[in-house]
Design a binder for this molecule. Sequence first.
Ligand SMILES: Cc1cc2nc3c(=O)[nH]c(=O)nc-3n(C[C@H](O)[C@H](O)[C@H](O)COP(=O)(O)OP(=O)(O)OC[C@H]3O[C@@H](n4cnc5c(N)ncnc54)[C@H](O)[C@@H]3O)c2cc1C
Length: 356
Amino acid sequence: MPKRVIIIGSGIIGASAAYHLAKAGAQVSVLEAGEAGGVATRSSWAWINASWGNPEPYFRLRLRAIADWHRLAAELPELRPQWCGGLIWDLPAEELDAYAEERRTWGHPIRRVSRSEILAIEPNLKDVPDHAYHVAEEGMVEPLAASRTLLEAASALGARILTGTPVKWLDGEDRIEGVMTDDGVIHADETVVAAGVHSAGLLDSAGISLKLTAPAGLLAHSKPGPKLLNGLVMTPGLHLRQTAEGRLVAGTDFAGADPEGDAEGLSADLQRKLEGLVKGAEGLGLDFLTVGHRPTPADGFPAIGRPRGCEGLYTIVTHSGVTLAPVLGRFAAEELLTGGRDPLLSPYHPDRPTLT
Ligand SMILES: Cc1cc2nc3c(=O)[nH]c(=O)nc-3n(C[C@H](O)[C@H](O)[C@H](O)COP(=O)(O)OP(=O)(O)OC[C@H]3O[C@@H](n4cnc5c(N)ncnc54)[C@H](O)[C@@H]3O)c2cc1C
């Protein structure tokens, strides 16, 4: 009999877990309170990278995640990640050089580029420094489309995707037997909590504590326009990318800043900076803003695994979920179905003292 697995949440994390579990033969049901595709996911800047975040073990996980994006895109070409590369000069020059040197010693393909090389990579930039760094292997993806593609692929493998189906609580005590919904209990052999910022509340219903934060991040989206950027651009106070449909998406950094009640002021500032940086962006104009909340375990690293003392339960909560989704979904499926836990996950057990 295939294992019956419930996944709570259809963001990019739940969607990846659903795809990998269904592919490995599990009988999967995804329960989603709202629409398919996630909440944080749809407001993400969606940079696929190993540049952000220390220490080295986390870098290694992110590097594996990039390899897994390539594997997943070969399996599901509709995912269409763009391996467009990223230009970075968002730190003071000395700090930037030290950062790049550390990464190089870890084997990161980060390359110092001169002013003329920067302009060869991004000819429409107006104001560039004497040098920056470039990582050609980084990329981006349209995050909502990607999570929906994963859900469709899971569905084609037999998974049920139930939208408009909020889970009220986890059902069971020492062993989770399923979840309570408006229509009663749905039973499962395994329940995966991948509910983004709402994961802590659901785990709490089974007496499990997980310290999460949910920082807000504003991104400003321009109207669609002609291709102005070839890749991602990370400058001080302005991170910028152009979507597949031609919108420039700008944040104070990739994670966006908390608008703190002045979203208009913050977006006007971003608009001014982007017009100052990119030739041709002047006439585009702002179309809309998004403010997303990043599901972020309190120490800033992923929480993935079986909370101890409660069988039948697994959780995956993380920032950088767009980067990490392919690898975390695959590792979760392996652990749930075979019991094997990849050594790259060693630091990220949800029971670690910083999270409980
Ligand atoms: C502004 C911003 C910028 C970011 N930039 C990047 C970036 O550049 N690179 C990167 O890798 N990551 C980035 N991230 C982080 C990344 O987007 C998230 O880590 C990822 O989207 C989390 O996915 P998720 O599936 O865990 O959560 P979500 O997308 O929030 O999905 C969780 C789902 O669970 C559902 N749910 C919640 N409670 C229940 C319930 N009780 N019952 C049923 N369903 C429920 C919700 O409705 C939701 O659909 C960014 C995030 C933000 C907000």
